[in-house]
Design a protein around this ligand. Structure first.
Ligand SMILES: Nc1ncnc2c1ncn2[C@@H]1O[C@H](COP(=O)(O)OP(=O)(O)OP(=O)(O)O)[C@@H](O)[C@H]1O
Length: 240
């Protein structure tokens, strides 16, 4: 499988605080990967570095063969690498459908936007039912759906989701997970950060355990350790 994203030896952090200490990971074309690990060990920092929100201090990020290290976030999105924003960053007074249409403004997203709108509605029937409703009146889970819907409207070549179901009720969590699984089935490559390793193993071919700013383990679903071993690996490391 050819590499769509190739992260090589990436170091990054904030001001004088180094967080990532040489991360190597890759995503194949058509592949979904999962990231998990203890809180505060650099998963979000890694995603922000890939998305261009943070500039790495060293290392290289290749996307579709192009060097995007340190590129502007707008250029990275235009290339098709899209990270869904948290639902609370939407424009609250805009309607649901209006928001989805706005998300398709870039040249790469403009062609075929109506078809993609139908696809988003089929992924998230709640958004179709609420197409005229203002974003700020949606529930937290529905806002997350709208945010992911916006990312799908960008026509992503690779979609990044950072704990998309955090804090949701079990019912909305299940709906959102079904939709994410459907996005993967439709062949959109994914990077998903989640704490629920079972969900990640069902979704993704490979998982990376990120600990202390490094890739501590790579788990291949076909040769995955059993659940207890993964839990021991995870919680054992979290304990110190
Ligand atoms: N803007 C910032 N300025 C300074 N330090 C930051 C900033 N954002 C994050 N950090 C620090 O960087 C480290 C890694 O944080 P990060 O959010 O990447 O971890 P994480 O693994 O995604 O955690 P979680 O699972 O809790 O979301 C933490 O120590 C955090 O306090």
């Amino acid at each position: 499988m050819s590499r769509l994203l190739d992260v090589q030896g990436v170091r990054a952090g904030y001001a004088t605080v180094p967080v990532l200490h040489g991360i190597d990971l890759h995503v194949g074309d058509g592949e979904a990967i999962g990231l998990f690990g203890p809180n505060g060990h650099g998963k979000t920092t890694l995603l922000h570095t890939i998305s261009g929100l943070l500039t790495p201090t060293s290392g290289t990020i290749l996307f579709d063969g192009q060097d995007i290290t340190g590129a502007k976030p707008s250029a990275i999105v235009a290339a098709g690498l899209v990270q869904a924003q948290q639902g609370n960053t939407l424009f609250g007074d805009m309607g649901v459908e209006e928001t989805l249409e706005l998300a398709a403004f870039s040249p790469r997203a403009r062609d075929g936007w109506q078809t993609r709108l139908e696809e988003v509605h089929s992924l998230f029937p709640r958004l179709a039912e609420r197409r005229r409703q203002r974003a700020k009146t949606l529930s937290g889970g529905e806002r997350q759906m709208l945010s992911i819907g916006c990312s799908m409207m960008c026509n992503p070549r690779l979609l990044i989701l950072d704990e998309p179901t955090l804090g949701l009720s079990p019912r909305l969590k299940a709906e959102l997970r079904d939709a994410i699984s459907e996005i993967a089935r439709r062949g959109v490559p994914l990077i998903v950060v989640e704490q629920d390793v079972e969900f990640l193993l069902a979704l993704a071919g490979r998982l990376y355990l990120v600990e202390q700013g490094e890739v501590a383990s790579e788990i291949d679903r076909d040769n995955a350790p059993d659940h207890q071993e993964i839990m021991d690996m995870y919680f054992g490391k979290q304990a110190h």
